[in-house]
Design a protein around this ligand. Sequence first.
Ligand SMILES: Nc1cc2c(nn1)-c1ccccc1CC2
Length: 293
Amino acid sequence: ALFKLENVEDLYEIGDLLGSGHFGQVREVRERATGILWAGKFLKLRKNASSRLGLERKSVEREVEILQALQHHNIMALRDVFESRAEVVLIVELISGGELFDFIAEKENLSENEAIEFIKQILQGVGFMHSKHIAHFDLKPENIMLSDKHVEHPHIKIIDFGLAQCLTPGEEYRSLCGTPQYIAPEVINYEPLSISADMWSIGVITYIMLSGMSPFQGDTDEETLRNIVGMNYEFEDLYFSQTSDMAKDFIQKLLLKDPNERMTAEECLLHPWIKPLTRKQAANRSRSSINMK
Ligand SMILES: Nc1cc2c(nn1)-c1ccccc1CC2
């Protein structure tokens, strides 16, 4: 067995439901020995190979391995792992600020300065992941959480590495997983994937943060996928009239069909929208956000 065989309830008191999804449930847990609050991610294992319910043990082991390799303040930390016959429980840091998705929804859209604060942190977490050849492959506002949404400068944490892969340079990896609105064209065309698929998703997330609109979303998943492979998106004046040209340039350098042409996380952090080269550029950005508010 790779993980602890003790009963998780001997060491943690199980609390309220925090979230649930394809993977299972996430509950608040209290460590009995210290009283410290954590989150417990309860993953249902498949009974047998043919069943469609639950996760394959191999994919859970991969998520654990990847989380263990990623210690970074913008990535959800893993503390402990327990297993029983039917379930694996990840004990992870408690992130109680909710999803970035809900934060944006409450505000309609963010000012450019607010968006930049979040994008910078996402780029730092993703840049760290990519430096270890790990791709997330499911970056979207639902998988970016705020540690505490009531503070002036919320801290973000990237969660849910259920689709993440450690890419060995030279080895091809293909998959059709992900969430339609955010996946890159090469995923839809079932071409070899690389860490630059994450950079496309960051372009989509930035577009949504600034406008509240999703660039490729259609009425059906098929229409959304057609829009992505057709590069069918625009900066509609109705939503982007107040957005700076630098912000649009940043997005345009990520929503590129050729994965090799997209900016890397490092290049993004040096882009003038994120790292203003002059005080004038910074002033230009804040002026556009004042108009918006
Ligand atoms: N897929 C998800 C979803 C969630 C979480 N993890 N993975 C999570 C992690 C720590 C604290 C709270 C949560 C709830 C949402």
